[in-house]
Design a protein around this ligand. Structure first.
Ligand code: ADP
Ligand code: MG
Length: 287
């Protein structure tokens, strides 16, 4: 039988937009001393808008750079993709679309090989970042993607996301409970730094590839910390499973929701604070 206090908490949490899928993890969540957040879609709204278009060759103008990028992005589920597609009026047909997890996407447009990629992947391709304007956008903490056509850099798009209103307050509440607050992101160090300062995180890990996120969680656990992880994406699922308490954002992908112990139906980081407090009060009443 389910103890009465737990049953009450479960219905309390349901009424408050929290779904407890694993009761053992819910109990464990009163002991956490570190919480790791994914950035995009978790601490931020994951709603990107294109702020700048930078052509980097003579033959492709602003509109062309955007149109090529949007054509590929219309096949991607990434929050960046929605931002790019929303900014473009028209697209080309694409063949052989493929995503390169944590790095970008590629495909064929009118027999040309087109790629839209991260700054880190550009480095891997040994292409230099060529331009003062790009340096400036990078230093502003914007998310940048590069458009490569037939192995040559043709342009860049800068995008900005919005930090969730409730993120800052949630971090403060966690810190007040003595819980360390960290962030893992696939995005650049400068973007991570900016978000981190803005909301008062203790620590961040940037440019982490999707398959490395779970390993990072394991490393933090190996330091003796009991870890909660909060995320929304397909690429967060292994890390959510690895954490002592996996918390999925309700508006996130099905894969993340399936492996999570707890689901935040309203996508509000303050609900993660509530769940920890609820666990503490529930199990302190019992024992
Ligand atoms: P996060 O951890 O913030 O959710 P990801 O690991 O999903 O980030 O992505 C890391 C980086 O890979 C992005 O910042 C971007 O540079 C690049 N990237 C991923 N998907 C796409 C895409 N569809 N289009 C362009 N770039 C992408
Ligand atoms: Mg994410």
């Amino acid at each position: 039988a389910v103890p009465l206090v737990v049953a009450v908490s479960t219905s309390l949490s349901a009424r408050n937009g929290l779904l407890i899928r694993n009761r053992t993890s819910f109990e464990r969540s009163r002991d956490i001393n570190a919480i790791i957040f994914d950035k995009t879609g978790t601490l931020t709204e994951g709603k990107f808008g294109v702020t700048d278009i930078v052509p980097l060759s003579r033959e492709y103008h602003e509109n062309d750079v955007l149109k090529y990028a949007a054509s590929l992005e219309s096949y991607s589920e990434h929050p960046i993709a929605k931002g790019v597609v929303n900014s473009a009026k028209e697209t080309f047909d694409v063949e052989d679309f493929k995503s390169i997890p944590g790095k970008g996407i590629q495909g064929k447009i009118n027999t040309k090989n087109v790629e839209v990629v991260s700054p880190g992947y550009l480095k891997e391709l040994n292409i230099d970042i060529p331009n003062e304007k790009i340096d400036k956008l990078l230093s502003e903490g914007k998310t940048i993607v590069f458009v490569i056509i037939d192995r040559e850099l043709k342009g860049a798009l800068a995008l900005a996301d919005i930090i969730r209103e409730e993120s800052k307050e949630a971090i403060k509440e966690f810190k007040d409970m003595g819980i360390q607050c960290m962030m893992i992101t696939g995005d650049r160090k400068e973007v991570a730094e900016w978000v981190s300062k803005e909301i008062g995180l203790d620590k961040y890990y940037a440019e982490v590839l999707p398959q490395e996120k779970a390993e990072k969680v394991r490393e933090i656990q190996a330091e003796g910390l009991v870890v909660a992880m909060t995320g929304d994406g397909i690429n967060d699922a292994p890390a959510l499973a690895q954490a002592d308490v996996g918390i999925a954002i309700g508006a996130g992908t099905d894969v993340a929701i399936e492996v999570a112990d707890i689901v935040l139906v309203r996508s509000n980081p303050l609900d993660a604070v509530y769940i920890i407090k609820l666990a503490k009060s529930t199990y302190n009443k019992m024992f």
